[in-house]
Design a protein around this ligand. Sequence first.
Ligand code: PXP
Length: 240
Amino acid sequence: MLTLGVNIDHIATVRQARRTVEPDPVAAAVLAELGGADGITIHLREDRRHIQDRDARLLRQTVRTHLNLEMAPTPEMVSIALDLKPDYVTLVPERREEVTTEGGLDLLSNFPRLCGVVEQLQGAGIPVSWFIDSDRAQIEAAAKTGAYFIELHTGKYADADHEDQRQQELEALQRGAEQAIAAGLRVNAGHGLTYWNVYPVAAIAGMEELNIGHSIISRAVLVGLERAVREMKLAMRGEL
Ligand code: PXP
C-alpha cells in the first residue's frame, strides 16, 4: 500500500523566523498523524535553519507512525542518527546556499565513502534510503551500496514547463522505479509534489512512500487562517 510521509520542516521554518516556541513541529506531527500521515519526515540541516536537534529528539519519542530523518551523509549527521535511531534515514545532498534540496545525490563520486555510511547506519539497524535522480547509473550504484531504499527525486517532474516534458520526466520515474525494484531496492519518491501533480507519481507500480512537505504545509496555512483570525477576534474580546 502506498504511504504518505509528511515533511514538517516548514512548521519549524515559521517558528525559526521568530526564534520562538510556536508553531511546534512536535504538535504538528501529532496533527499530521491524526490526519492519516503514515510517517513523519524531518530534514536536520547542517545550518539548522528549520528543524533543531531538540525537535528530532522529541519527535523520536512522540511519533507514533515512523520517523524518517533526512540528512547529509556527513560524520556529524551519521553520529546524530546513530544516537537518535530514526526508523529510517534518507541521505540527501546539501549545500548551505540552496533554498531547498536541488537534486539527487551523486553516488558515483565518493562511492566508497558512501558505502561506508550505509554500513554504519544499517549495521546499527537503521535502514538507509538514497535520494537520487531517476538515472540508470545512480540506481545501479544505490543497489551496490547495499541500501534498502531509494527515494526518486521528483523535482524535475514537478518543475516541468510543458506537458510533454512532464510526461518524459514521469516516464523516467516509471523506468527508474522498475529498474530499482528489479535490483532489489524499495522505492519512495518526493520533492515538489502537490495536490495537482501527485497522482501520476502515486500510480507508479511498486511505489511505497511519497514524502511531501511544502504543498501540505502551504495548504494547512490557508485552510487554517480563517479560523485563526476568528479566534484572535474572540481573544481580543476576552471570549476565547
Ligand atoms: N524528499 C526529500 C529528500 C526532500 O529533501 C524534501 C524536501 O525537504 C522532500 C522530499 C519534500 O519536498 P517538498 O517540500 O517539495 O514536498
